[in-house]
Design a protein around this ligand. Structure first.
Ligand code: BTN
Length: 267
């Protein structure tokens, strides 16, 4: 067993149901790619892959996710929801709240959520989430969900192009952060989230409390790069952002349709 896996298991409770399905990888293209492959081969719910480094870490909207060795926790979890995908519209929001719980547990402060699912602190991004569902064509049910999460832990600084928008747990706390503690807190928070996943109302109530986008003036950037200014009013129970436009109209926009930029920067 690798040193890192031993450390993670030493922090997890002895009887944690996912203890035996956690794997540590030194290098992988993307933990989400590997998890999707394992899910297609029948890997059980609770399979967790954590990598020291990713060579092709992926973010939302086709972006890449920088994943240098020793710096972050790059983790993917396989769930087996076996329910209609419409029942999982709030899944990414639930993961974001769980990751706020994990950061609070491991680093002692609670980050905010920039809609839909970036964890932020002091205006900079700490964590990104990429959720990928696989639908069984025979039943139309969600046969697997791969939840991919990258948390910046130990970076002491970022390259100039990222320094204004990215931060890490070490930078924010001013102390050394052990990735094993963060990974164990993430696994526990994800397990608890999965236990309550179908309780959508309470999950979304918690999401709204953590979401720092609500109440802000934002720019909505469409897939065709068109930009519309709006005020973010709320997040609905399916995770869509409720916005009001200057002409008095309002809309519910989804993360598939638009991304959000603050009027004066990343937030
Ligand atoms: C985003 O910020 O747009 C989402 C980033 C998600 C990154 C994580 S790291 C672990 C998992 N493997 C990947 O390739 N991506 C996710």
């Amino acid at each position: 067993m690798t040193d890192m896996l031993e450390k993670i298991l030493s922090v997890l409770p002895e009887n944690h149901p996912w203890r035996n399905t956690i794997a540590w990888l030194d290098t992988v293209d993307s933990t989400n790619n590997r998890a999707k492959l394992l899910a297609s081969q029948g890997a059980p719910e609770g399979t967790v892959l954590i990598a020291d480094r990713q060579t092709m870490g992926r973010g939302r909207l086709g972006r890449s996710f920088q994943s240098p060795a020793g710096a972050g926790v790059y983790l993917s979890l396989i769930l087996r929801p076996n329910c209609p995908p419409e029942k999982l519209m709030h899944l990414t929001c639930a993961v974001a709240v769980a990751m706020c719980d994990a950061v609070e547990q491991a680093a002692g402060f609670r980050p905010g959520i920039k809609w839909t699912n970036d964890l932020v602190h002091q205006g900079r991004k700490l964590c990104g989430i990429l959720t990928e569902l696989s639908i069984d064509p025979a039943t139309g049910l969600a046969a697997s969900a791969v939840l991919g999460i990258g948390v910046n832990c130990c970076q002491e600084g970022f390259p100039p192009e990222l320094s204004g928008i990215a931060t890490s747990l070490s930078i924010e706390t001013g102390r050394e952060i052990r990735r094993a503690d963060v990974a164990a807190a993430m696994i526990q928070a994800l397990y608890a989230m999965n236990q309550h996943l179908m309780n959508r109302d309470s999950m979304m109530t918690r999401y709204r409390q953590d979401c720092v986008t609500i109440g802000r003036e934002v720019s909505l950037v469409g897939a065709d790069q068109t930009v519309r200014h709006a005020k973010a009013l709320d997040v609905d129970d399916e995770g869509a952002l409720v916005v009001a436009f200057p002409d008095g109209t309002s809309a519910h926009v989804t993360s598939g349709e638009v991304s959000v930029r603050g009027m004066y920067g990343y937030l």
